[in-house]
Design a binder for this molecule. Structure first.
Ligand code: CP
Length: 364
């Protein structure tokens, strides 16, 4: 368990210099529960197991009207701002749904051109404005570090509120990584869990923040192996490899995706993140996209017990011929986002024990 450090006790310039591991204790409550959710590195194995168990309880409680009524009574006194100034479908909707499940009233800003940011208001002032009206800020932004900056800023005001990073620049997408872990845990529930499994990542690993955050969380599991399959120009960052080395996690870098499918317990496909290209088409040159495509016939190379995942949205990384194969779990993966995000928000607001007690009395 992490031991809390106070964000209002550190200067912003000093805080920015800290490593991810050094930052993590600033994001938890004295109970060890998350207060902010900003980086994958703030979650240890105990926290991950707790969130996965809670997500399952919420999912099962939510199957009945009486269960849904219970869940929606938990946080009906809270309001959430969903500040999403980068495109999103499923992260936005699953957070919106998670708020509704727990009774939180959500509001949204998705288009900064109709907010007073357009009149020259600073980001700091915009965030202080949100914290005047809301009890939770969930934010997706192209600006790396804005979620951390907001957490620090508000901790130094009279209205600190929890901040959830729903995707920041090319850097982190911690709640996607949480739902990926939940999906892997459910998929391997009867096969010893995630420990000892091999995950094969494929696609734009250089700019895919989901892979960066999930690589961080997978380091919490014993004996995992990560294989990164991508053309050289899209290969995973050296900072992630350094973390893996430091934590003794086995990994392999390869340009041969198809040649590694048979080894994988999970194949994690990602799309080209060409919205970050400086010149149009620059990241599509110098390799054959077919080499990084999961075709219908590739199902024959895949183990019977393996799963195919994708954070979505999909372009052409996986043939739709795979969609009805029982090993294709990307639609379930997406829906898992709603349950794990509900679990995260319930934990942030300290309602996890109440949910567990209800589950033990009424469902188990
Ligand atoms: N996986 C994910 O972040 O999807 P959206 O961009 O649709 O939110």
């Amino acid at each position: 368990m992490l031991h809390r450090k106070m964000l209002d006790g550190v200067k912003w310039d000093d805080f920015q210099q800290l490593s991810l591991e050094e930052k993590a204790p600033y994001f938890v409550q004295s109970s060890g529960r998350p207060y902010h959710c900003l980086i994958a590195q703030q979650f240890d194995r105990e926290a991950l197991d707790g969130l996965c168990d809670l997500a399952t309880r919420i999912r099962r409680i939510g199957k009945s009207k009486v269960g849904m009524d219970f869940l929606s009574s938990l946080l009906m006194h809270k309001r959430a701002m969903l500040y999403f100034t980068q495109p999103s479908t499923r992260t936005f909707l699953s957070f919106y749904s998670a708020c509704q499940i727990l009774g939180i009233r959500p509001a949204e800003v998705r288009d900064p051109s109709i907010s007073s940011e357009m009149k020259g208001e600073t980001k700091d002032d915009t965030m202080r404005t949100f914290s005047s009206f809301f009890d939770l800020i969930i934010m997706r932004t192209p600006l790396q570090g804005l979620a951390e900056r907001t957490a620090w800023l508000l901790s130094n005001t009279e209205r600190p509120v929890p901040i959830i990073n729903a995707g920041s620049g090319k850097d982190q997408h911690p709640t996607q990584a949480l739902l990926d872990i939940y999906t892997l845990a459910r998929s391997f529930e009867k096969r010893g869990g995630i420990d000892g499994k091999t995950v094969l990542f494929c696609g734009d690993l250089a700019r895919g923040r989901t892979v960066r955050s999930l690589s961080g969380l997978l380091q919490q599991y014993r004996g995992v192996k990560l294989i990164f399959a991508a053309p050289e120009c899209l290969q995973i960052g050296e900072d992630i490899l350094a973390q893996l080395k430091e934590n003794g996690v086995e990994y392999e870098i390869t340009e041969d995706f198809k040649g590694h499918i048979h080894e994988a317990d999970a194949v994690y496909m990602t799309r080209l993140q060409d919205e970050w290209d400086k010149k149009p088409g620059e990241s599509s040159r110098g390799y054959n996209p077919e080499d990084y495509y999961f075709a219908g016939e590739d199902l024959d190379r895949l183990r019977n017990t393996a799963v195919i995942m994708h954070p979505l949205p999909r372009r052409a990384e996986i043939s739709t011929d795979c969609d009805n194969d029982s090993r294709a779990v990307y639609w379930r993966q997406m829906r898992n986002g709603m349950w794990i995000r509900s679990a995260l928000i319930a934990t942030i607001f300290g309602r996890d024990t109440e949910i567990t007690n209800y589950y033990t009395l009424n469902i188990k």
